[in-house]
Design a protein around this ligand. Structure first.
Ligand code: SF4
Length: 556
């Protein structure tokens, strides 16, 4: 552990990551909240994770002392991905805690936060007593202060909950009653409580005030060989499918001095410094930072690079450091499709980046593509193959083709993006596109294809666009042993089984309907997102953010 926990306190908190230890300990957000809690003088913080599949008992207890979760005063979940929602039910049930709030009478206070919950907490709203919506660095200490003050003053469970709900960003789901129309859409949201019931999600204005980096080194963690440093939050480019580009607006970068200091600390314990952010080539000073890490004998590993912003200097720093693989995300094969998604990226720019990277000595490239985007035609899918062939022709060293890996991902609409209203494409047609790509790419030596299954994308879309009725589906899937596809398949087109999952996945949401996540204030004008959607259909690009002058989306 790279920090000193307070060592004790009278408030016992168990921080849970709803996936296994290696996945959880690779998550910087989880590590950051763990540090905030564990350093607090009055908190005794332990961690818990989803038990391994091969754990014969699959019992859920805290990592540090083996205590059952129900013995803690607060059980707080840090949720980064919607696909972990089912694990929340698994963990609570495994810990002997009723998942539904209404079925619990006493026991620990159940809290949730993390990026999945600030996009849309509604599918798990019936499980938790309180959500903290937004970035936690300032909000979690405020929550603790109010909670402890109310508890010290003798406030019972209701009293501390009322006090905690006053924190800006706190969402108390029991104060909202949702009414549904005959067609299944949300008809009304009745709120009882102080204020108007709009939850303002929290953002930290100055990232330099907090260092978000590996705090616990766990060799078994995914990326366990790296020291991770969060370099930025948000993204200035506004790709229309990407939640990170909207939910974290406006973009905030850590300063070069702070990042150099964090990297320096990391080099004391690890050789590879993972630079984490939505897009790293646009980070001010990125080439200098990578050079500094390389000069100290380290290896910089930026999470993803936008091809047109990769400079010769950055490519040279990566090549010199023996960085083996660089991730670039063209997202679409054709110029037309890239205009639809606002990628602001041309083919010559992609090929130039490939030239510079291979020229500098980088040996492998990972290319991200999406399929099933709105307006996509066969020509757009074929263009993925054509572009890969062109990159492959350039990505050679001494006549030898270097390694290329294509990551192919079906598009799923995400809340708070301009494409949030769009349906996901039919599974059959996605499968046909994947079969075509596998066959074509399979003919290219030294090129491999990683494909996200359309079913997985369907599942993620259902959970990210769902409302409170999805909680019943999660409980049914848990009762069926976790086989989510069997339950979904049985419920598709079966009105007797509750809401048809296709309602959340395959339907175009209407502009004037109440969206499940509308009660959150992300400081983004809904009208702005809709205009961006219209611009997508018109194949018109929008300029990247200029935070000094622009006020268009509402975030600045
Ligand atoms: S107001 Fe303009 S610069 Fe600020 S986040 Fe929105 S689009 Fe970007």
């Amino acid at each position: 552990m790279l920090f000193r926990p307070s060592g004790g306190g009278d408030l016992a908190v168990c921080l849970v990551y709803p996936n296994t230890y290696p996945v959880g300990m690779a998550n910087l957000g989880f590590q950051a909240v763990f540090e905030i809690l564990a350093r607090h003088p009055r908190v005794r913080c332990e961690r818990a994770f989803l038990p391994d599949r091969d754990d014969p008992e699959r019992t859920v207890v805290s990592l540090e002392s083996g205590r059952p979760l129900r013995d803690f005063e607060i059980v707080a979940f840090s949720v980064s991905f919607e696909t972990d929602y089912l694990h929340i039910v698994d963990i609570l049930t495994g810990a002997g805690i009723a998942p539904r709030r209404d079925d619990r009478h006493g026991g620990p206070l159940l809290l949730a936060g993390g990026p999945a919950t600030f996009l849309n907490p509604e599918p798990i709203a019936d499980f938790f007593d309180l959500f903290l919506i937004g970035e936690g660095e300032e909000m979690v200490p405020e929550f603790l202060a109010r909670y402890l003050a109310a508890r010290d003053g003798g406030g019972g469970r209701e009293g501390v909950l009322d006090a905690a709900a006053e924190v800006e960003g706190a969402y108390r789901p029991d104060r909202y009653a949702i009414g549904y129309a005959d067609d299944g859409t949300i008809q009304s949201v009745a709120y009882r409580g102080p204020g108007a019931g709009v939850v303002k999600r929290r953002l930290v204005a100055d990232l330099d005030r907090f260092t978000t980096a590996s705090k616990v080194l766990a060799p078994e963690a995914v990326f366990g060989g790296m020291y991770l440093v969060e370099a930025s939050r948000g993204c200035e480019w506004g790709c229309r499918f990407c939640a990170a580009g909207y939910m974290y607006r406006p973009i905030r970068n850590r300063s070069l001095g702070v990042l150099r200091a964090a990297a320096e600390e990391g080099l004391g314990v690890r050789e590879t410094i993972g630079l984490v952010g939505a897009e790293m080539a646009s980070l001010p000073g990125i080439a200098e930072l990578c050079e500094a890490v390389t000069d100290r004998g380290g290896r910089p590993s930026p999470s993803s690079l936008k091809a047109d912003v990769i400079s010769r200097r950055l490519a040279a720093a990566l090549g010199r450091s023996r960085t083996q693989s660089v991730t670039v995300a063209p997202e679409a094969g054709s110029e037309r499709m890239r205009r639809v998604i606002n990628k602001n990226l041309t083919e010559p720019e992609i090929l130039r980046a490939a030239d510079w990277l291979v020229g500098a000595g980088v040996q492998a490239m990972k290319l991200y593509f999406m399929i099933g985007l709105p307006t996509e035609t066969h020509e757009d899918v074929a263009a993925i193959v054509a572009l890969t062939k062109k990159i492959r022709a350039r990505f050679q060293h001494d006549g030898r083709v270097q390694r290329l890996t294509l990551s192919i991902n079906p598009f799923g609409p995400k809340p708070w993006t301009p494409l949030q209203w769009e349906p996901m494409e039919d599974l059959k047609s996605l499968k046909a596109k994947i079969a075509y790509l596998r066959a074509e790419i399979g003919r290219l030596p030294n090129v491999t294809c990683d494909v996200e299954s359309p079913r997985e994308a369907y599942w993620a879309t259902l959970l990210s666009r769902g409302d409170r009725r999805v909680a019943s589906l999660l409980l049914a899937i848990h009762a069926a042993g976790g086989d989510w596809w069997s339950v979904i398949r049985a419920r598709r087109h079966d009105p007797a089984g509750g809401v048809d999952p296709d309602f959340y996945v395959r339907r175009s949401y209407a502009f004037d309907e109440i969206l499940p996540w509308d009660f959150i204030d992300h400081a983004l004008h809904k009208r702005f997102l809709w205009v961006e959607r219209e611009r997508a259909y018109d194949e018109r690009q929008t300029m990247p953010c200029d935070v000094t002058t622009c006020r268009v989306c509402g975030a600045c």
